[in-house]
Design a binder for this molecule. Structure first.
Ligand code: S3P
Length: 171
């Protein structure tokens, strides 16, 4: 199985991905970590030193590199990955199971406020500006996320419950 988890920043893609990888005994790959490893720089450093356009270019290249592996995996994407280049069309190809972790603007904003620092798109925003930013950004991005094969709402559920729900979907 090639499972791809997508959704907005702070929707729990990496933590759910790790849990799924343990439960299903599949290799876990986090696209941001893969990029950090390959580029030998943090996401913040890449944005700061080379810019977002460069980041989107390498994000596309590394995404393709992972998707074309012969092995099975659980892949957690970055929040913007489905929305650039032709990425979403690659992600939804037949042998790939794409899952959108969906959440409300309020919940995403609350979680993002606590985890702003490693995310260059929101790091410099004041906490009170985050909900307005997330509302607009999610409105633009939802079009891409909604193309996923499955959609799982994560609000008011524990990570364990979300993981179980996904495993049930896959059966
Ligand atoms: C981004 C999300 C981040 C990371 C980069 C850009 C985005 O990943 O790829 O900061 O455009 O939404 P997470 O979704 O893991 O925060």
């Amino acid at each position: 199985m090639k499972i791809v988890l997508l959704g907005y920043m702070a929707s729990g893609k990496s933590s759910i991905g790790k849990r799924l990888s343990k439960s299903l005994d599949l290799q876990f790959i986090d696209l941001d970590d893969y990029i950090i490893n390959k580029e030998k720089a943090s996401i913040n450093e890449i944005f700061k030193n080379k810019g977002e356009i460069y980041f989107r270019k390498i994000e596309h290249i590394y995404l393709k590199e992972i998707l074309e592996k012969n092995t099975d995996f659980i892949l957690s994407l970055g929040g913007g990955t489905p929305c650039y280049a032709n990425n979403m069309n690659e992600i939804i190809k037949e042998n790939r199971i794409s899952i959108y972790l969906q959440s409300s603007v309020t919940k995403l904003s609350d979680r993002l406020i606590k985890k702003k620092s490693k995310r260059p798109l929101v790091a410099s925003l004041a906490d009170e500006k985050i909900p307005e930013f997330v509302a607009k950004h999610l409105f633009e991005r939802r079009f891409f996320y909604e193309k996923a094969k499955f959609k799982v709402n994560i609000d008011n559920k524990s990570k364990k419950e979300v993981t179980k729900e996904i495993i049930n979907l896959l059966e």
